[in-house]
Every structure is written in structure tokens, then in C-alpha cells.
Design a protein around this ligand. Structure first.
Ligand code: UN1
Length: 496
């Protein structure tokens, strides 16, 4: 089964102002056209109409649509993964993992479609009862980044659909084709699903200007955005000014602490994966490492060895572990950050461009290990590239303070065999991040938990647990089945 069976054939995508280039070697993969403001306006009108119908379809039936979508994604797993590799540069196994996340979240959403539970609450009044019910919210705008060009939309889409909402997706202009292919799969499933209204799921393409129209439009009830903190700050302000809702998943600056009792093999593997996976372009990528001074020299030596042996090259080849950065500007940003660290006194190992035969148009880099005495300005920013800043620490409470000492608050981890250290890290005075792990790295979260972070990461939660509540509106209902009208708080108001 190929993607042409769902109406996606990138060899036919030869027209349009947005060019998609493969980060593997820079070759042109295809072209699509930017959505115009007038087209977006029409799509939003359709989306509102679709929402009005979809919200009346019973939730388990809505779940059936998501089940069929998940089944179609299963059928096309290999081709979708290959497209992710071509357009985002991920190695095969990570690309397949991303498609697996779509399948997993669909399964999760199907089950959830029978569990959109509200509460019953005891009333203070005789013969009254209180309920809390969850109703569909409205059209959901989803803005996604290039680094998870399918899964992050699917986290949003699967939950929004079972919650009774319609969808408008604005993918990164760096990954328009993955978005097109995945949307086609959903639209095909919708076309043969009698209860799915026209326009239930729409795709718009373009740069930030079309994104801004989406963000500002009051018809978009929830705007879910993944990207930089700078982008999120603008989105948050604009959505708040129209009293819309936003769900933000912004920058991370994730740390790991390696304590005296850490298992060395496990730590080296966890660190190397968390730095190098997706070529350092995950929001959960490990960026800062705090090693107990007693373990520092041995650990750093092992990490240098591990980084030097990483197979960097064509992500389509089975034995490659690190693919290319998304483009030249990502490579330049990496070099700029390394230069700033050097100027601040860092000792840098690796980080250079790696030439790959026949793939001269791609930007491949060996992950950099940057040793510093203490945090300098550049370590406080998220540079979307494989750079690991490494520090020594003496006392766990100092390391936790450092872990928390940046503006971002997505993910964190501690490698330890010491229960009291682990409990301290996970306690109220421990990590201040949305995700805190013990004996695994900060990246590679499962979909079952709520995903997201605090502070400048934006505070949103997507995927598992009760993240679905963001896609619905809560209604408190009070029902009086008595013949009287007692007032709450014992208020008396007797009229003649
Ligand atoms: C992202 O980088 O935007 O936890 C999402 C992880 C992946 C998702 C990352 N499951 O690393």
C-alpha cells in the first residue's frame, strides 16, 4: 500500500510558492501553495459549521472515526515514516517511532471517547443536585513545528475529534508534505464516514502571516501551538486579548543530574540518546548536564568516546544514528552558540560539520560537548541543535537549583540509585518542570502521560492523562427537583 492510494503523490507537487527541501541533501521534494486569507476565511466558516454538526454525534461514535484513522495510519506506517525521514531528516527508527506515537494516541483517544467523565457534586440545598459536564468546545487551530511534523498534530487532532471539535492545522513551512500526506489520510477516512461533516479537518499552508490570521480569528476556540518561546509569547497575547484559549508547548532547556550512585552505562546511553536523537532538535533534548564531581572525569571521558563513535549520515541508512540538522540556518545557530560558549571560557569537544559523501547539500554535525564552570548566558537559551553544556556539582540541592535556574520548564531527569535523592528530586522542592524522570533521559515521553512544561514552556498539557479537558468546555449544572426555591448560602429573599 503506498501513499498514492490516499491521493498523495509528491512527484506531482511541482507548483506553489512553498518549496520543501530535504535536509538530507537539500534536494527539492515538492512544492505546495500558501493558503490565502480568503481561503482561510472560507475554511473557518466551514469549520464552524462542521463543529455544529460534529458536536451532536455521540462521543463513542466520534471515537470510531479516530479508530479508523489510527487503522489507516497503521497501514501506511512505513511510507509515512519514510516521508518524515525525507522531509525532517529523522533516522528511520525515530521516524517510525513518531508514526507509532500517532497510532498510540489514536488508541488512547478511542478508549477515552467512552470516558469523558464529569462529576456529580452534593448540593447544600435540599432536593437539588449539581453536575459538572464537559461539552465540545469549537474549532481547534493547531500550529506545529518541523521536528515532530506529524505526531504533535495527532496528539491534538485525536483528542479534539473525540471531544467533538473541528480542526484547522497550520504545519511548519519546513514540513508541508508530511502534513499534506497525513491530512489526506484523515480526510479519506472522513469522506467514507457518514457522520463526519464536510470541513471537519482542514489544512492550511504558509508562513507566520497566515498563522497570525488563524491566531487572531475569534472563531478559533482553542489555539494549540508548538514552537519557540518567542512565537508562543505572541500567540498567547493575541489569543488572550480576544479571550480565546491557548495551549502552548514552547521551548525546553532540559537538564540531567548524574549523582554519585548513578549507573554509568545507563547514564551514558541515556545522555547520548537525549542529546543526539533528532539531531538535538526535540523540545525534550538534553541540553544541560550536571555531574557529581566524584564522577565527572570518568563520565566525561566516556561521553566523548560515545559522541565520537556516533554514526552520522544519511538517515535513510539503517545503521545511522544521527541525521542532518533541518537546514543551514540551524547549523549556523549551532555554530553561533558554540562561539558564544567559547568566548565565555568553555572547553568544547566536537560540534563541527561532518561531511557526508554524496550528501554535500545537507548539514550534518557531531554533537558538541561543552564544559563550563558555571551557566553562562548562551546556556539559558534553547539552541535547537545537539549541544550539551556540562557542569560539575557538589551538592544535590545546588544541582536542583541549577536544574530550575532557567526560564524554561519542560523536562528534567536524575540518574541515581539513592531513594532519598530520587524522592527529593520528585518532591515539591525538587524539579520545577512539567516532566521529571528518574534513571531515564528527559526525552522520549510516552503518550499516556500529560506532555508539557511550566514557566516559559507555556504551561500547556497535551496527549495523555486528562489533557483532553483542554479541548472541551466545562459546564456546572444545578438542578432543583423540589417545589421550593431555597437560595444558596442560606440567603433569604421572600417576595409577596
Ligand atoms: C517535541 O519535541 O516537540 O518526548 C515533542 C519526546 C517525544 C515528543 C517530543 N515523545 O521526546
Amino acid at each position: 500500500m503506498s501513499l498514492t492510494s490516499v491521493g498523495f503523490d509528491r512527484t506531482q507537487l511541482t507548483m506553489g510558492d512553498i518549496a520543501s527541501h530535504s535536509p538530507i541533501d537539500g534536494h527539492l521534494l515538492g512544492r505546495v501553495s500558501s493558503t490565502t486569507v480568503a481561503e482561510l476565511d472560507a475554511l473557518l466558516t466551514q469549520s464552524v459549521n462542521a463543529f455544529h454538526q460534529w458536536r451532536t454525534v455521540p462521543a463513542p461514535r466520534r471515537g470510531e472515526l479516530v479508530r479508523l484513522f489510527g487503522a489507516a495510519v497503521r497501514e501506511h506506517k512505513k511510507e509515512l515514516a519514510e516521508l518524515i525521514t525525507l522531509e525532517a531528516g529523522k533516522i528511520n527508527s525515530e521516524a517510525a517511532g513518531e508514526v507509532q506515537e500517532i497510532i498510540d494516541i489514536c488508541d488512547f483517544a478511542v478508549g477515552l471517547s467512552r470516558q469523558l467523565y464529569g462529576l456529580t457534586i452534593t448540593s447544600e440545598r435540599r432536593e437539588h443536585h449539581l453536575l459538572e459536564r464537559w461539552h465540545p468546545l469549537g474549532p481547534v487551530g493547531v500550529i506545529t513545528a518541523f521536528n515532530f511534523p506529524m505526531a504533535v498534530w495527532a496528539w491534538n487532532a485525536s483528542l479534539a475529534l473525540i471531544c467533538g471539535d473541528s480542526l484547522i492545522w497550520k504545519p511548519s513551512e519546513k514540513t508541508p508534505l508530511t502534513a499534506l500526506a497525513l491530512s489526506k489520510i484523515l480526510n479519506n477516512v472522513c469522506a467514507s464516514f457518514s457522520d463526519a461533516p464536510q470541513g471537519l479537518s482542514a489544512l492550511i499552508q504558509g508562513d507566520r502571516s497566515i498563522g497570525e490570521h488563524l491566531v487572531k480569528d475569534p472563531r478559533v476556540a482553542l489555539l494549540s501551538a508548538t514552537g519557540s518561546t518567542r512565537m508562543g509569547r505572541e500567540v498567547a497575547g493575541q489569543v488572550a486579548s480576544r479571550f480565546g484559549r491557548s495551549l502552548l508547548e514552547l521551548g525546553g532547556n532540559n537538564a540531567m543530574i548524574v549523582s554519585p550512585s548513578a549507573r554509568e552505562d545507563l547514564a551514558v546511553r541515556a545522555i547520548t540518546f537525549a542529546v543526539a536523537a533528532t539531531a538535538g532538535q526535540r523540545c525534550t533534548t538534553l541540553r544541560r548536564l550536571y555531574i557529581h564531581h566524584s564522577r565527572y572525569d570518568a563520565m566525561v571521558a566516556r561521553l566523548k568516546k560515545a559522541f565520537s563513535s556516533l554514526r552520522i549520515g544519511n538517515p535513510l541508512a539503517d545503521d545511522t544514528l544521527v541525521g542532518p540538522l533541518i537546514d543551514e540556518s540551524a547549523f549556523n545557530a549551532m555554530q553561533k552558540a558554540l562561539a558564544a560558549a567559547k568566548a565565555a571560557g568553555a572547553h568544547i569537544t566536537y560540534g563541527e560539520r561532518v561531511p557526508v559523501t554524496h550528501l554535500e547539500g545537507g548539514f550534518y554535525a557531531r554533537p558538541a560537548l561543552v564544559e563550563l564552570e558555571s551557566m553562562v548566558e548562551v546556556c539559558k537559551q534553547e539552541t535547537f541543535a545537539p549541544i550539551l553544556y556540562v557542569f560539575r556539582y557538589e551538592d544535590l540541592s545546588d544541582a536542583i537549583k541549577e536544574n530550575n535556574g532557567v526560564a524554561q520548564g519542560l523536562s528534567s531527569s536524575l540518574m541515581t540509585q539513592d531513594l532519598s535523592e530520587s524522592e527529593r528530586f520528585l518532591s515539591a522542592e525538587g524539579s520545577d518542570c512539567g516532566i521529571a524522570n528518574i534513571n531515564i533521559g528527559p526525552s522520549g515521553a510516552e503518550i499516556g502521560g500529560a506532555f508539557g512544561g511550566e514557566k516559559e514552556t507555556g504551561g500547556g498539557r497535551e496527549a495523555g492523562s486528562d489533557s483532553w479537558k483542554a479541548y472541551m468546555r466545562r459546564q456546572t449544572q444545578t438542578i432543583n427537583y423540589s417545589a421550593d426555591l431555597p437560595l444558596a448560602q442560606g440567603v433569604k429573599f421572600d417576595i409577596e
